[in-house]
Ligand binder design. Structure first.
Ligand code: GLY
Length: 425
């Protein structure tokens, strides 16, 4: 098969690395990719929101399957466009991708399906949102309704913080049109987990559990990021909890999407908080988590192309999924300033020393080739991902590798996996 991957982050490098190992693959392309992906796929100079250009490329190169990494092309309707041209694509249609693109849509869906989630209300008027905050009190969560690259969520401990967040999102419009509406939502106390599954709209095939670290600094402090590290499995997800999440969250949501006559084939990712009363939904995403995808791909033993193929063809009920018993952990190395403004073009040193690394892979995110050097080209630059008998071993192995890597302004968290380690895993 000829396969095209869309995206340029650590998630897409992990997908490309895994897909390259499939016996089903003839040619592998990635648009636009990065310096690491270039080692396993041919890069295509098309950006992720050039939906028409990507469809043309897929037709011209006889691509048999396109795998969409990030949410933006999905919310722009890339699956609809590909399907119109008879091209096979892994990822939901525009209407389905609203599960990530509109927090308000998802909250309504959860309400209809009786899926546990925090109380909430949606506003298109800033004054009304502020009035509601005064009514319900703090702590409270303010979310931009639309896409904001993982940065549109404000956890507010004071009414003043909540007023400021509403002001920035709705009046200053720091996220543009994503701030036309806000969702004001209950703050949920508990550990967060990522529950990621494949679905063809009927069968839900859960992946191994995982957990990421959204805040920029140690101890879950600092601003929200796309994710500074991740590990799998997440020990908080016991077999009993897994069964509950499937029955109370995943199955009813897929049922709800079907009731809406939505064609949903791809990844369904529930961001959950495990509260004292059980799992509650924070958000849904229509794609693999990044960095969660990196430890997951390292642990996945099954052929990813076969799984995706079955998903696109509506045959997920016919396949099974096997995992490496070992744990995996990923430490994200970021550029100075991330998640705010950051510098690009810093030479990355130490990659050579990790070429033959037995127990892990250095996945590239924001990197580019400049002459003979690999340089930083984004906020989250590398995902140093290792396997080990336990989460603790995997984390130790990843940090040993991190010590080999350097560039001007490198920063990363030193406490990846601490929730799991507190559970003595
Ligand atoms: N790591 C969080 C996300 O991908 O949304």
């Amino acid at each position: 098969m000829n396969i095209l991957i869309i995206g340029s982050g650590g998630r897409e490098h992990a997908l490309a690395w895994k897909i390259r190992q499939s016996a089903h693959v003839k040619r592998l392309f990635c648009a636009p990719g990065n310096a690491g992906i270039a080692q396993v796929a041919d890069l295509v100079p098309l950006v992720v929101d050039d939906v028409a250009g990507l469809a043309r490329f897929a037709r011209d190169e006889r691509i048999d399957l396109t795998v969409v990494g990030p949410e933006l092309p999905l919310t722009l309707g890339i699956a609809d466009e590909f399907q119109r041209h008879g091209l096979r694509i892994f990822g939901p249609t525009r209407a389905g991708a609203r599960i990530e693109g509109s927090k308000a849509f998802t909250k309504e869906l959860l309400r209809r399906q009786n899926v546990p989630t925090g109380f909430f209300s949606t506003f298109s008027d800033a004054d009304e949102a502020v009035r509601y905050v005064h009514e319900v009190g703090v702590p409270i969560v303010i979310k931009a309704d639309g896409l904001a690259a993982g940065k549109g969520v404000f956890i507010c401990q004071t009414v003043k913080d909540a007023e400021d967040a509403i002001d920035e999102v709705m009046r200053t419009r720091i996220f543009g049109d994503a701030g036309e509406r806000v969702v004001v939502e209950e703050f949920l106390e508990g550990e967060e987990v990522s529950f990621i599954a494949l679905t063809d709209g009927h069968t839900v095939l859960p992946l191994a559990s995982s957990q990421d670290h959204k805040r920029a600094f140690d101890g879950d402090t600092g601003p929200n990021t796309g994710g500074m590290g991740a590990y799998s499995p997440a020990p908080v997800v016991t077999p009993a909890l897994h069964a509950r999440i499937m029955a109370e969250v995943m199955e009813p949501v897929v049922h709800g999407l079907r009731d809406l006559k939505l064609d949903y084939r791809g990844v369904l990712y529930a961001g959950l908080t495990i509260t004292a009363a059980g799992p509650k939904v924070l958000e849904f995403n229509a794609r693999f988590g990044d960095p969660e995808c990196q430890p997951l791909m390292l642990r996945l033993k099954s052929d990813l192309v076969q799984l995706m193929d079955a998903c696109v063809d509506g045959r997920l009920n016919e396949v099974r999924i096997d995992w490496d018993e070992r744990a995996a952990a990923c430490v994200v190395l970021a550029a100075a300033g991330y998640p705010g403004n950051y510098e690009k073009g810093k030479v990355i040193r130490g990659l050579e020393a990790l070429r033959g690394w037995q127990n892990g892979v250095v996945f590239h995110g924001g990197t580019a080739q400049r002459d003979d050097a690999i340089v930083t080209n984004g906020g989250r630059v590398l995902g140093v991902t290792a396997l080990g008998p336990t989460v603790r071993d995997a984390v130790t192995e990843a940090y040993l590798a991190v010590e080999q890597l350097h560039w001007d302004g490198i920063h990363y968290r030193r406490d990846i996996g601490y929730h799991a380690l507190e559970r003595h895993t």
